[in-house]
Design a protein. Structure first.
Length: 258
């Protein structure tokens, strides 16, 4: 069976590149999230790591979490497992980078959003389309206002708009834009050599903790509250269940506005 997560050590074991390895969509299902959690846990005692990179195998970064696992009975476990990835990244305090090609949506976009550095190529499309399913994305609901401001975050979260790579750079989600995936990978290696490798791994972690103090406290404290809202309130509405079920049934939702 193909491993859903691959990780390789680069630059004399100072950088780990984690690949979401389930093309074409690299769906963040329970199995992939479990493997991703194991990969992150393995880094806790590796003090030499200066950067974690995330990339998707194939043409797309990730279509997001599994919609089948968003159903009312599955949502509590899915959210608990997904959110643990964010808590682990906060605790690790290792600088992170997302290398984004193609579709980067939903939970996949949230994984990119929590990274310190987001690089995109011209094929990248980023967005949080959960509202079309009658639900909302807890991590993105916290992260987007902090990194791009409330008004632009509202547009993305409430309309489900998907933006281009150029727009992602313009509004501050991404910091570098490249012509294609191969150029992005090779250029990121040079960027890492110049900007990350000369630094102390220990000092980088303290710098992440300091620079992201408010960000990290928001994730650690408020994500639990949104998870509770999602499970206890949202998933007890008719429309949230209709949105998920209509997607799985491949039909248009019939909203009852309650």
């Amino acid at each position: 069976m193909t491993e859903k997560i691959l990780h390789e050590y680069l630059h004399e074991n100072q950088v780990v590149r984690i690949t979401l390895n389930s093309p074409k969509g690299n769906i963040l299902d329970a199995d992939m999230m479990n493997n991703l959690q194991i990969a992150l846990n393995s880094l806790k005692e590796q003090r030499q790591i200066k950067l974690i990179q995330f990339i998707g195998e194939g043409n797309h970064f990730s279509f997001g979490a599994s919609v089948e696992e968003h159903t009312k009975e599955n949502a509590p476990q899915m959210l608990k497992q997904f959110h643990q990835l964010f808590y682990t990244l906060v605790d690790l305090a290792i600088p992170t980078m997302a290398l984004v090609s193609g579709q980067c949506l939903g939970g996949g976009c949230e994984l990119a959003l929590i990274c310190n550095f987001v690089f995109v190529d011209k094929t990248a499309k980023l967005g949080q389309p959960e509202i079309f399913l009658g639900v909302f994305p807890p991590p993105a609901s916290l992260i987007l206002p902090m990194i791009i401001g409330q008004s632009i975050a509202d547009e993305l979260l409430l309309t489900g708009k998907v933006i281009t790579a150029e727009e992602a750079v313009k509004i501050g989600i991404a910091i570098k834009l490249f012509e294609d995936k191969d150029t992005m990978i090779s250029s990121s290696d040079e960027w890492v050599k110049s900007n990350i490798l000369p630094k102390s791994a220990s000092s980088l972690r303290y710098a992440v903790r300091a620079g992201r103090k408010v960000f990290n406290e928001t994730i650690s404290n408020e994500l639990k509250a949104l998870e509770k809202m999602y499970i206890k309130d949202l998933m007890n509405t008719e429309d949230a269940n209709e949105g998920i079920n209509s997607f799985l049934d491949k039909r248009k939702p019939k909203w009852k506005d309650n």
